[in-house]
Design a protein around this ligand. Sequence first.
Ligand code: RUB
Length: 409
Amino acid sequence: MKEKYLAIGEELDQDEYFICDYKVKSDLSIETAGSRIAEEESTGTWTRPTTLTEDIYKKYGGKVVMAEGNMVRIGFPVVDFSGDIGGVPQILSIIAGNLFGLDSLKKVRLHDIQIPSVITERYPGPKFGISGLRKLLDRPEKPLVGTIVKPKIGLPPKEFAEYVYQAGKGGLTNSKDDETLVDQDFCPLEERVSAVSEKLDLLEEEGHMMIHAHNVSTSGHEILDAADIALENGARQLMVDVLTVGFSGVQALAEDPSIDVPVHVHRAMHGALTKDPEHGISMPVICKLVRMIGGDSFHIGTYGTGKMHANISEELRSKEALIGDMHGIVRTIPVSSGGLHPGHMTDLMEKSGNDVQIQAGGGVSGHPDGVRAGAAAMIQAVDAAYEGISLDEYAKTHEELKKALERWS
Ligand code: RUB
């Protein structure tokens, strides 16, 4: 049977097609492998249905326009994504659906996407984004610097809130729940938010603006109720995990008009999709979707400086996906987090630039003199890197940084 779905060399109109680049490993020729993906994800199946008319094929069929080496580019007509119901789940079912399970393909990685404006226009994008967060926190240029309350779980609300207060006194603008903490008996959401809000108000009275992202990741039908509990108790920011909850969870928070605080998006579980460079979905793809649906801040990694596995070129592409031009959508602030301490700041900021939210849990709470000193050391390290002064030089006149570097370098 002659391969359909091939249109090698055809120029695609970016307003008319959702364009996807896949990296493919297969015994098939790269053209045939691409054709299998386009077929499975648009008008076809494993055989030619007698019901597939030429008209249907032409209007709705995906097109393989490039097949070189191990890469294919496929354009899916925008009409395949039309209708009021479907959203990101429907987008993913096409661009990242059955194709991963096709037996004829050994591995496939969705490397990048270009979303047409006719689709991005359906979503509001971030309510705050980089400029909104900077304004809220009165931090116009330098990186936002934050912590994750540690231990990951176990602190009761009062001690939890005291941690946040001490971090604020040390100068941090941001803090957050860990991804594993939601509403456990030892630290219920309502009590935690209320205790933290009191401390954030106190910090504000004392002249320091800080926000804390409260984790409301839960079952779909409960997420808006959880957000309400947090907001009624003074939450200044919400947090949701895009992969354990799903994209629809982020959207539910970001699109709800009554939610007037920034939405921090975590990515726990992403390694299952992103770690194998030959298979799965790349982080830049997830970043574009999170930005489109309204995540104000999103974790992208630490460019190889911290504890988590890094694919540096992909992290640079993730940064661009969040802050580069995307049909005029508000920019999402990239979050670098995971095993960071003050000694990493120069190397990290060389890659991240200043439009980044840096978060350290152990790198704040593990400071020999406690959370406040650890927070101060992080701020000092970021100031040093921002001003182009070496950390060792800056530490000569900054005691907290000096002790942090002695502990971790
Ligand atoms: C941070 C931490 C976060 C990571 C997740 O704690 O564990 O959950 O940011 O990683 P610590 P990523 O600072 O003590 O390591 O941001 O790569 O998704």
